[in-house]
Design a protein around this ligand. Structure first.
Ligand SMILES: [Zn+2]
Length: 433
C-alpha cells in the first residue's frame, strides 16, 4: 500500500486563462485552488499536442526522448492516419510502470498512449480508424478486457460512440466506480469535452465555457468517489491541462507546394499522396514537421517554405532536437496564430480559408493547438490539492515535464533514469519525504 494515493485528472486544453478568468463559474475548481497549490503558468512542449504532452506529463521527458513526437503517424496514403495509441511506442518509463513495479495498483481512463500497457484497470483511448473495425473491438484488444466489459456493461448506456459530452460522462462514471470499488493507488483520468468544443466552436466560445463548467462538476464527482471509498484523507489530487488552444481561420497545405516541385506525388481525386515522397509536411496543426528522404537542397527548401503565407518561424532539425521535438525531422515550422497546417494535397490553393460549412469534418477547425509553447497567453495550468500539498499557495511557473517528477515525489517513487523535469518547488509540504 502506498503512503498516499494520487488521482490525476487531465482536462484537455485547459489553459491558465480558464482558471484566471472564469473562477466564479467553476466553484469546485475554485475551492481546490483555495485549499491547495495552484501552479499558474505551465509551459508546454514542442509540439503542444495531446499525445506528446500527456506522455511528457507522465514520463517527465521531452518527445525527443519519449518518442511520442506527434499525435499521429506518417501514413500519407490515409486521410485519417493511426494515432500513437500503444504503450510500446513510449521509449521512456511512464509513472504508471514505475508505480506497478513498486507494487502499487494503477488505473487509467482514456489516458493517451496506454493501449496494451500493464495498467491494472485500463480503458485505453483508441478509436476505430478503419471502416471494418468498431469501437468495442479495438478497445477490447487494447484495454484490460474484463474491466472494459464490466464498465461497458454498467455504464455503456451513457455513451454515444465517442461523441462529447457523453464520452466524458461515461469515463467519469467508470472512474468513480473504480475509485470506490478498487481503490487504486494511482489513477489517471483524461476528459476531452472542452478540447472538442474548442476545436469546433472556438477557444472562448460559450460552448467551451459550458464544457469547462461540466468538467468542474465531473471533478467534484471524482473527488466525492474517494470520500465514498474512505480514501479521501490519504489521496492527493492533481487537476491539470495539457495545452491551450488558439483560434484559426486559414489552413496551409504545404504538401501542395512540394507537389508543385515534384517532391511528392498526389493521389488523383484524393487529398492524400503516395509513399514515394522526397519531402513531406506532417502536421501538428499549429506546427508542422518537414521530413526529407535522400538528397534534398535544404536551403532551397527552407526558402520555399519561408515564402508561404502564414509561416511564422522555421526551426532547423538541430534546433528542433534542442527544443525536444522529433530528432528525425529536417525542419519544424510554426504557423502564425490564425493559421494551421494540414497534410492535404489537391486543394484549391496552398493557403485556404476554412469554410464554416466544413467545420466538424476531418481537419476543419475553429481553433487548434500544436504551436510552440512560446505563443503569448498560451500556458496550461495545474492545481495540486491533498494531504501532501501546501494549502493556499500559488506557484508562478513550471514546465509540463516537471509534473511527472512531482507526482513521483508525492508517491515516494523514483524514475529509473534522470528526468528532464524537476519536482516543482513549493507544491509538496516540506515534512513529506
Ligand atoms: Zn489535448
Amino acid at each position: 500500500m502506498a503512503l498516499h494515493k494520487l488521482v490525476v485528472i487531465s482536462l484537455d486544453s485547459m489553459g491558465f486563462r480558464d482558471l484566471d478568468e472564469f473562477r466564479e463559474f467553476i466553484p469546485h475548481l475554485d475551492q481546490l485552488i483555495k485549499r491547495g497549490t495552484w501552479v499558474k503558468r505551465v509551459r508546454g512542449i514542442f509540439p503542444t499536442l495531446t499525445y506528446p504532452s500527456h506522455t511528457s506529463i507522465i514520463t517527465g521527458q521531452y518527445p525527443a526522448i519519449h518518442g511520442i513526437v506527434n499525435n499521429t503517424k506518417i501514413q500519407p496514403q490515409r486521410e485519417s492516419p493511426d494515432w500513437y495509441w500503444y504503450r510500446k511506442d513510449v521509449k521512456a518509463m511512464p509513472l504508471y510502470d514505475v508505480a506497478r513495479e513498486a507494487g502499487l495498483t494503477t488505473a487509467a481512463f482514456l489516458w493517451p498512449v496506454t493501449a496494451g500497457s500493464k495498467i491494472n484497470y485500463n480503458l485505453a483511448e483508441i478509436f476505430p480508424n478503419r471502416i471494418w473495425t468498431n469501437q468495442v473491438l479495438v478497445s477490447l484488444k487494447a484495454s484490460s478486457p474484463l474491466f472494459l466489459y464490466q464498465m461497458n456493461h454498467r455504464y455503456g448506456k451513457l455513451r454515444r460512440g465517442i461523441k462529447q459530452p457523453w464520452l466524458d460522462d461515461f469515463v467519469t462514471a467508470c472512474a468513480v466506480d473504480t475509485i470506490k470499488n478498487k481503490r487504486p493507488d494511482l489513477t489517471l483520468i483524461h476528459l476531452v469535452d472542452m478540447d472538442s468544443m474548442r476545436h469546433r466552436n472556438g477557444v472562448r466560445s460559450p460552448q467551451a465555457k459550458a464544457a469547462l463548467q461540466r468538467l468542474d462538476r465531473r471533478v467534484a464527482k471524482i473527488i466525492q468517489a474517494s470520500r465514498d471509498a474512505g480514501t479521501y484523507d490519504d489521496t492527493d489530487f492533481v487537476i491539470l491541462g495539457d495545452h491551450y488552444q488558439i483560434n484559426v481561420d486559414k489552413m496551409i497545405h504545404l504538401n501542395m507546394a512540394f507537389a508543385k516541385q515534384g517532391l511528392l506525388t498526389p493521389i488523383k481525386g484524393k487529398s492524400t499522396y503516395k509513399n514515394n515522397w522526397r519531402v513531406t509536411a506532417k502536421t501538428c496543426d499549429g506546427e508542422t514537421y518537414i521530413y526529407t528522404k535522400g538528397y534534398v537542397d535544404l536551403n532551397k527548401l527552407k526558402q520555399l517554405i519561408a515564402g508561404v503565407e502564414g509561416v511564422e518561424r522555421i526551426y532547423s532539425g538541430a534546433e528542433a532536437v534542442k527544443l525536444g521535438a522529433d530528432p528525425k525531422c529536417s525542419f519544424l515550422v510554426e504557423a502564425k496564430p490564425g493559421y494551421y497546417f494540414t497534410d492535404e494535397v489537391n486543394r484549391p490553393a496552398i493557403v485556404e480559408k476554412v469554410d464554416p460549412g466544413s467545420l466538424g469534418t476531418h481537419d476543419r477547425y475553429r481553433a487548434v493547438h500544436g504551436y510552440g509553447p512560446n505563443q503569448p497567453n498560451y500556458f496550461t495550468t495545474a492545481i495540486f490539492v491533498g494531504p501532501s500539498i501546501n494549502q493556499g499557495k500559488e506557484v508562478e511557473t513550471a514546465h509540463l515535464v516537471d509534473e511527472g517528477p512531482t507526482f513521483a515525489k508525492i508517491l515516494g517513487l523514483h524514475y529509473p533514469a534522470p528526468t528532464a523535469g524537476q519536482v516543482i518547488p513549493g507544491v509538496i509540504k516540506s515534512e513529506v519525504k
